[in-house]
Structures are given as structure tokens and as C-alpha cells.
Design a protein around this ligand. Structure first.
Ligand SMILES: *Cc1c(COP(=O)(O)O)cnc(C)c1O
Length: 230
């Protein structure tokens, strides 16, 4: 796992240098979905701090009780009836895309007396299989959001195009960056709106050159580890 990690960190550093960014501006999210808790423990031993899970149930199994300094992010769509459990286990939900979820999360966080980071997912590749706000509706939807209380509106998340050519995703990533900048400048509601979660194993270089602040990597980090769901 150490050597997997080093390869990814080297790729992040090289990509940052190529566009004049500091590698400390890009956080690595270890996508531990479908890996057992032993893989999470190995990752923590190798220095991992930020994890991504796409199913709430799996997150509960691996990330409760909470470990000091370890962040669990939900990176898959969450059904309304799973939001309560998501709030119990996660420090961030990166896939919010409707008003009802925002309202429910506010209420749940109030009840739990906790703050929660929110990223809004945008379907910037406009692929029907992906969830998220459409590019056409995203600005208006976000602009009309209520003032956050327990929630912290932190930024945007997207999944690039799955064409085999990472350059095909550049336009999606650039769209996301522009949208974040517009919102950041539009209202005090968005004063914490700095994050762009974009880029995975295959397209992290392009995402970093377009401003990613978090890249989500699974396969390339956990390749040598067991899977829960072969
Ligand atoms: C699985 C997943 C990843 C990680 O993808 P890899 O190709 O394994 O690096 C990133 N983001 C999301 C939303 C995922 O579901």
C-alpha cells in the first residue's frame, strides 16, 4: 500500500508542478468502497486520513466508532431514508443535489448538534447514468439555497466522462471551477465554497490542472487489498 500511495502522491505532485500549484492544495481521498475494514486500517497505517465511501451501510461498518483525525466522506448518492445514518457516520456528504436533502440534513444536524460539510454534485458529463444537478439548472438551484446553519456549503463534486480519454473530461472540470467561482463571489452563503472534488485514478492530472482540491482514488491505492464484493 505504501508504494501505491507513493505513486499517487508523485502523480499529484507532478500534476501540481505542471500547472504551478502547490501539492498541499490537493487532498487525497482514499476511496475504500468495497474494501474490508482491514484495508482501511492498513491505509491509516500508511498515512491515509480522508476516506470516501459510496454506500452509507458500508461506511457505518467501517467508520464507527469514529477514529481521531479520520474523515469519512459519502461520495455516492444517499436515499432520503439513509440521511440520518449518513449524519451519524460522515463528516462530509459530497453528493447533495436536491432541496429536500438539504432541509433534512439541516434538521438532522441540528438534532445531533453537529456540523456537516456539504458538496453539491453536478452531472457535468451529462451522462444519464450519473446523478447530480444538471449543468443548466445548477447555478439557479444553488443560488436559491437557504442560508446554511449546521451545514457548511463547501463546494462542488463531479465525475468526469468515462470515455477512456481523460482529456474529454477537461470541459466538465472547467465548468465546475467556473461555477464554484461564480457562487463564491455571489453571496456570503458561499463564503466557504472553496472545494472542487474531481478527478479519479484515470483523470486526476486533468482535474488538478483545472483546479481540483480533492481527488478521489480507489483502485490505484487499494489494488493489493481484499475486496468485500468480488
Ligand atoms: C469508485 C469511485 C471513485 C474511485 O474510482 P477509482 O477509479 O477506483 O479510482 C471515485 N469517485 C466515486 C464517486 C466513486 O464511486
Amino acid at each position: 500500500m505504501e508504494s501505491n500511495k507513493q505513486k499517487i502522491l508523485d502523480r499529484i505532485t507532478t500534476a501540481c508542478e505542471a500547472c504551478g500549484r502547490s501539492s498541499t492544495d490537493v487532498r487525497l481521498v482514499w476511496v475504500s468502497k468495497a474494501r474490508p475494514v482491514s484495508a482501511v486500517e492498513n491505509a491509516i497505517a500508511a498515512g491515509a486520513r480522508d476516506f470516501g465511501e459510496n454506500r452509507v451501510q458500508e461506511a457505518l461498518e467501517k467508520f464507527l466508532p469514529q477514529r481521531e483525525g479520520i474523515v469519512c466522506r459519502i461520495i455516492g448518492p444517499v436515499q432520503k431514508n439513509k440521511l440520518r445514518k449518513a449524519v451519524q457516520v460522515a463528516q462530509a456528504i459530497d453528493t447533495v443535489a436536491d432541496l429536500e436533502s438539504v432541509q433534512k440534513l439541516e434538521a438532522l444536524c441540528e438534532e445531533a448538534n453537529k456540523n456537516l460539510e456539504i458538496l453539491f454534485q453536478v452531472n457535468a458529463s451529462e451522462e444519464a447514468t450519473k446523478s447530480g444537478l444538471s449543468m443548466a439548472e445548477a447555478f439557479d438551484f444553488l443560488n436559491k439555497l437557504p442560508e446554511p446553519k449546521r451545514l457548511v456549503y463547501k463546494g462542488l463534486m463531479t465525475i468526469g466522462k468515462n470515455t477512456g480519454n481523460p482529456e474529454d473530461s477537461r470541459i466538465c472540470f472547467a465548468f465546475l471551477r467556473n461555477l464554484r467561482d461564480e457562487l463564491f463571489n455571489s453571496s456570503p452563503k458561499f463564503s466557504n465554497f472553496t472545494e472542487l472534488s474531481m478527478g479519479m485514478t484515470d483523470d486526476l492530472e486533468v482535474a488538478i490542472s483545472e483546479g481540483a482540491t480533492m481527488v478521489r482514488v480507489g483502485t490505484a491505492l487499494f489494488a493489493s487489498q481484499l475486496t468485500n464484493h468480488p
